[in-house]
Design a protein around this ligand. Sequence first.
Ligand SMILES: Nc1ncnc2c1ncn2[C@@H]1O[C@H](COP(=O)(O)OP(=O)(O)OP(=O)(O)O)[C@@H](O)[C@H]1O
Length: 610
Amino acid sequence: MKSKKRRNTLRQSLAVFRYSGRAINLVWTTSRTMTIILATLTLVAGLLPAAIAYIGKLIVDAVVASSQGKAGGDSFVNIYPPLFYVGLEAIAVALLAASQRGLTISQSLLRVLLGQRVNVLILEKALTLDLAHFENSEFYDKITNARREASIRPLSLVNRTFGLVQNALSLVTYGVLLVKFSLWAVVALIVAAMPAFIAETRFAGEAFRLFSWRAPETRQQQYIENLLGREDYVTEIKLYQLGEMLLGRYHNVFNQLYGEDRDLTVRRGLWGYLLGLVSTAAFYVAYAWIVIETVFGKISLGDMTMYLTVFRQGQSTFASALTSIGGMYEDNLYLSNLYEFLEEKVIQPWGNVTRGSKPQDGIRFENVSFTYPGSSKPALRNISLHLKPGQKLAIVGENGSGKTTLIKLLTRLYTPDSGRIFLDGVDLQEWNVDALRRRIGVIFQNFVRYQFTVGENIGVGDVENLDDSKRWQVAAQKGMAQQFIERLPQSFGTQLGRWFKGGQELSGGQWQKIALARAFMRTQADILVLDEPTSAIDAQAEYEIFNHFRAVTQNQMVFLISHRFSTVRMADKILVIDNGEVVEQGTHEELLADGGHYARLFLLQAAGYQ
Ligand SMILES: Nc1ncnc2c1ncn2[C@@H]1O[C@H](COP(=O)(O)OP(=O)(O)OP(=O)(O)O)[C@@H](O)[C@H]1O
């Protein structure tokens, strides 16, 4: 029982080295030269203090020898040996200072490089995750935890590991010098410092657990900071007078966090002090012992000077080694967060088909059903449809009926729970991700308003031709954006949004025209997906867009979601969805003649215009 407990304690203590290897590897792959410099300087800085203490002893002994020579009546007093040692010590001290300064410089540079490296690793990982991850709050906690401290912790762990090696080297060399005096003194000093170490690792663990639990609160604070600091929120927050309420919430979260922090900090400080007293007491007992031994002439004055230096420095080195271990424990815990995030499993059910077996088949949904993760009700049920190359499909339905969900399945942001979707006769799951995505041009309702130039905002539709200004123009023409862009101060070169210097804000409809142009930028895409692309566009422009819509999308399949029947009626096929199910399917004329759901909604809207 006892031995099991001891093994556990040992394993816990050794756990401080768990991530050291990985952290060192991370630093090593970030900059080999810098790591070698860091290791060499650590070695030098670890060995020099004992050498300096030893030279100190040589100085005192040489001084005593010289002065005894004089007292003995020698006419020639040899002043050179002590001076030689003084010079030697000066050189050693200068070297120590140089190595310490070198350590600081290389650590600062490595910190910057490593911060960038870890952030890139986190962002690269984020790119491989799917949409479902981003809709899960636990995942946000993970990414928040990984990002918050992870960029500084690997270097900190490496510094502490190296620092520990440096301290250990110093301690071993001090030990070698001290053992000559008494082995027991060495053992006593080590034992006296243990309680402080145990307390340190305990508190570090507690601090970390506090940090992890709090991820939701921290995110809440970040969210409020975001709400109060972003230009797109500011109008509503002002007009609804939400400022004070939000600030109040911000304070509440802070007060709660501060209370916990304060308790832990005070407890940690108090215990650190009390247990530190134990090792100070041990140090002074040893101090007294050395003084007594010197008074009784058992050791030389030089030895006493050396022992005192060694004791004093040995004690502070030991204390700093213990703090390093406490800190390493903490670093390990934070790094476990980083690696937990980086090792988050990504299922990539993508195939490698780049070309369909039946290119004339177009898109086919067969009995597709889908329920969002964590939701109890299916968003889509038994959807079947078929769209041939070049055909246009409009999807109609009330809010929340499942239209956008259908598009998310088509674009493979989600995978159906049952049923299958085929493109050119091949199941979407078997398609190569790049080949599939290259074939689709899409605008979602919440398309992104990039704080880039107008041209780039259109160019992102086809990243390989991001800067091709000729293509921008063609795409802008198709999206009816050409006219207003030409009136902007720097035309396609105008910076959009308010975040950067000279940025210009656009109206909702103008942004939507940019988004339309973006979808048209993808010239090789033969599937165009438009989720309410004209909801903010004025009637005249919409009329013009759809008048030439057939011409500009001649060879493309189009999936169009719209609440405007003037737009919908132009489609070859109309799909009416209600509550996740297809309730009607046909052309505008057929559906009107049926006198069902579609006919009722159409007449309702038409009546509104009369
Ligand atoms: N990410 C999600 N996680 C869970 N449920 C979702 C998610 N997105 C949508 N839903 C739910 O799925 C159903 C269908 O939503 P969907 O966005 O497809 O509707 P829609 O027909 O496009 O509506 P609208 O006309 O308002 O855009 C709704 O009940 C909605 O609450």
